[in-house]
Design a protein around this ligand. Structure first.
Ligand code: BTN
Length: 331
């Protein structure tokens, strides 16, 4: 059994309607026994919930819009599309970041894009696992080669946070905020996460793998394994954008963002970042900042992306750590 066979079955069921075993067998050109085996396998993917009824057959408990490269590309401008060397959509992959790293472009100002319905080893920041149930979100990575020294990529993850927040706003979301360095939160709960992995020569060029995970509709079982407060677009938007559209708009935003970052760094993203800053002016804790915990008043971000923390002993600048509100109930 391979991904293509699983995907064909999922495509047949994606409309959320009932399909008899016979129909599915005819559509896929296999026996009913083979369909049954594939259904069993499909059910084991996190995020897939199947119903069966003796007289009607099988259906997904909710319809699913599968990702398709041509439907994603339809939302790209010709100039953004020209920057993309390859675009892969996987039914499942270990991590789209890992896959994009393996496909990395050789030319500067070019990229590859990898999307997956499901990641078996999705990576989060600070060595955490990122739960990526099938069809439950948008899990994708873009590997971009910059003609910049490695040290200049320090602000890229904030820039990408600003891009994600802006695209969500353009798609009709209101009320989301950024949490340093780049989480997108709604109601204090995580809606999207970003992982930027950079490598290369100190003097450049260098490669940035930009991984973005946006929760769209998490199933209960997968959500139970998440060890932090979370939320998905389905809960916060009356009419969330279609998955292929959102993927296309996000890829467009990140391609434009990488070009702009390559030209002028973080500066042009700061206005959006500061407008969406959900922690500025609030008492916070910063864990893991130089090994310890620092508490103070959050003064927002500096021009180079550092977090500014006002403490009893003055204003500190931090480049790493995990931020949480102090006394806000989510410490
Ligand atoms: C975080 O911890 O907030 C960052 C999460 C980043 C998750 C995305 S999902 C697509 C890409 N592939 C990965 O393995 N991780 C990123």
């Amino acid at each position: 059994m391979n991904d293509q066979a699983d995907r064909a079955l999922l495509e047949a069921l994606a409309d959320g309607r009932w399909h008899s075993g016979e129909d599915l067998a005819r559509m896929l050109g296999v026996t009913r026994a083979a369909v049954w085996k594939r259904l069993k396998k499909l059910e084991r993917f996190p995020g897939v919930a199947l119903e069966r009824a003796p007289s009607r057959g099988y259906r997904l408990t909710s319809p699913l819009e599968l990702l398709m490269p041509e439907r994603i590309r339809a939302h790209l401008s010709p100039s953004a599309a020209a920057r993309i060397g390859a675009m892969e959509v996987h039914l499942q992959v270990d991590s789209t970041n890992a896959r994009a790293q393996r496909l990395a472009p050789t030319e500067t100002n070019r990229c590859v894009v990898v999307l997956a319905e499901h990641q078996t080893a999705g990576r989060g920041r600070r060595g955490r696992r990122w739960h990526s149930p099938l069809g439950g979100g948008l899990w994708f990575s873009l590997a971009w080669r910059f003609d910049l020294p490695l040290a200049d990529l320090g602000g890229l993850s904030l820039a990408v946070g600003a891009v994600v927040a802006s695209v969500l706003e353009e798609e009709g979301l209101e009320g989301h905020v950024l949490k340093w360095p780049n989480d997108v939160l709604f109601d204090g709960r995580k809606l999207a996460g970003i992982l930027v992995e950079a490598s290369g020569e100190a003097g450049g060029p260098c490669l940035a793998v930009v991984g973005i995970g946006i929760n769209l509709r998490l199933d209960e079982a997968s959500a139970r394994s998440i060890d932090q407060p979370w939320i998905d677009l389905e809960q916060v938007m009356a009419a969330p954008p279609a998955r292929n559209r959102l993927a296309g708009r996000m890829v467009q935003g990140v391609v434009e963002g990488c070009l702009r970052y390559g030209d002028s760094g973080l500066s042009s993203f700061l206005e959006v970042w500061r407008r969406r800053d959900g922690f500025r002016g609030r008492p916070v804790r910063l864990e893991g900042a130089g090994g310890g915990v620092r508490s103070g008043l959050c003064l927002g971000v500096d021009a180079d992306g550092a977090l500014l923390l006002e403490t009893g002993s003055g204003v500190e600048r931090h480049h790493a750590g995990e931020l949480s509100l102090r006394g806000g109930g989510d410490e």
